[in-house]
Write a protein that binds this ligand. Structure first.
Ligand code: NAD
Ligand code: MG
Length: 379
């Protein structure tokens, strides 16, 4: 999947999104086509000590590990690798332990850097391993899935799942940098690609109307994996997420708007049985439901409902539950009520309100509208 080094003659500078952190610190997200070949020095410069532990999985390592390892080797680093099994079911403590094993076996000290090479699962696990190894070491993210590039690389949430709950063990830990080569998307499975696009659409709907309009024109190019158009979509997504995350410190609740479609989506995900829907697919159905409910209450114009339906279909994302789905409205409601956004027994939802690009996070909605929406979708 890698271009020959001669393609660097055609390279453009990477886009850089700076993510603000507390105390005036920040970290860069580098985004561009072919960066692993054209900007390798930039990546290596973010590893401070001599030792680098690159963590990937059995699917991604054969594709990109040799390239990433050679970048750090060329910069004079001692490199070590750890290859985990692939899949959300391995985002757990026993598998996490394999990272510590490798680090300790090689005597890595607190000045080492962990590199996460993979999707959101690898990013979350390696981030947490870095947060906890010897009370915290540096880490770098090299995300290879759309989901990891537009969502999990910003915000500092890291962690693993517990048998009793997703992402229940974790920490906030910020990377030294995020390094996104959009050419790595060439090998991402179709469904995973589209699932990640669902989170891109979310940013337009909740706060960035011009970005939504841009997507209405450019989604066909995203589906073709056009690396330059993808770099633009990722940049604008990361900027949006970084702004929301930064604003949340002052304005409690804004970060929740990133979960548009997620409360309905979690019920879709959990109600359909493990592995039926990818996360972004469930979020797409959830977004369609939140939009339908908003329109029922008269909060948005029907023309916006039509645009949401159209953009999800343009991205080839699902907007309905399968006809044979064994779901009932009662079951759906009970699945929604266990959502973690239920605070003090009050369900709060992210709903669209007003012009494109505006939403609210509220418990002040019409229960009947919610039931009507669910009735429509489960039937
Ligand atoms: P994933 O990491 O499981 O990747 C999806 C699949 O695609 C995997 O099989 C993976 O090996 C494969 N893959 C990834 N990149 C590839 C490539 N370039 N070529 C070929 N195959 C490739 O899943 P994901 O959707 O990337 O991430 C989901 C995870 O991210 C979840 O665990 C979720 O909790 C987490 N997440 C975290 C945050 C956060 O803020 N920390 C935000 C969103 C999601
Ligand atoms: Mg999500």
């Amino acid at each position: 999947p890698h271009r020959s080094p001669t393609s660097t003659a055609l390279r453009s500078e990477p886009e850089i999104v700076s993510v603000p952190l507390a105390e005036g610190r920040n970290y860069p997200i580098y985004i561009g086509a072919d960066l692993l070949n054209s900007d390798s020095e930039t990546l290596a410069s973010h590893a401070k000590g001599n030792d680098v532990l690159i963590v990937s999985n059995t699917k991604i390592a054969p594709l990109y590990l040799a390239r990433v390892e050679s970048i750090f080797k060329s910069a004079g680093k001692n490199t070590y690798t750890c290859i985990l099994p692939d899949g959300e079911e391995y985002k757990d403590l026993p598998t996490l332990n394999l990272i510590y094993d490798e680090a300790l076996k090689n005597g890595l000290d607190r000045k080492c850097t962990f590199v996460a090479l993979g999707g959101g699962v690898i990013g979350d696990m390696v981030g947490y391993a870095a947060a906890s190894y010897q009370r915290g070491v540096d880490f770098i993210q090299v995300p290879t899935s759309v989901m990891a590039m537009v969502d999990s690389s910003v915000g500092g949430k890291t962690g693993v799942n517990h048998a009793l709950g997703k992402n229940m063990i974790g920490a906030f830990h910020q990377p030294n940098c995020v390094f996104i080569d959009t050419n790595t998307l060439e090998t991402l499975p179709d469904r995973e690609l589209k699932s990640g696009i669902s989170e891109i659409i979310k940013y337009g709907l909740i706060r960035d109307a011009p970005f939504f309009e841009w997507q209405e024109k450019n989604i066909p190019e995203l589906l073709k994996r056009n690396p330059t158009i993808f770099a633009e979509a990722i940049k604008r997504s990361c900027e949006n997420k970084a702004e929301v995350v930064a604003a949340d410190e002052k304005e409690a609740g804004v970060r929740a708007t990133l979960n548009l479609g997620h409360t309905f989506g979690h019920a879709v995900e959990n109600g359909s049985g493990y592995g039926h829907w990818l996360h972004g697919e469930a979020v797409a159905i959830g977004t369609a439901m939140a939009t339908d409910m908003s329109a029922r209450m008269g909060w948005i114009d029907e023309s916006l409902t039509a645009r949401v339906q159209s953009i999800l279909k343009l991205a080839d994302l699902p907007t309905e539950l399968p006809g044979d789905s064994p779901m009932t409205t009662e079951k759906f409601l009970s699945l929604m009520s266990v959502d973690k956004k239920v605070a003090n027994g009050v369900l709060r939802l992210i709903l669209l309100k007003g012009e494109l690009g505006n939403c609210v996070f509220t418990s002040d909605f019409d229960d009947n509208a919610m039931k009507e929406t669910i009735d429509l979708y489960v039937s």
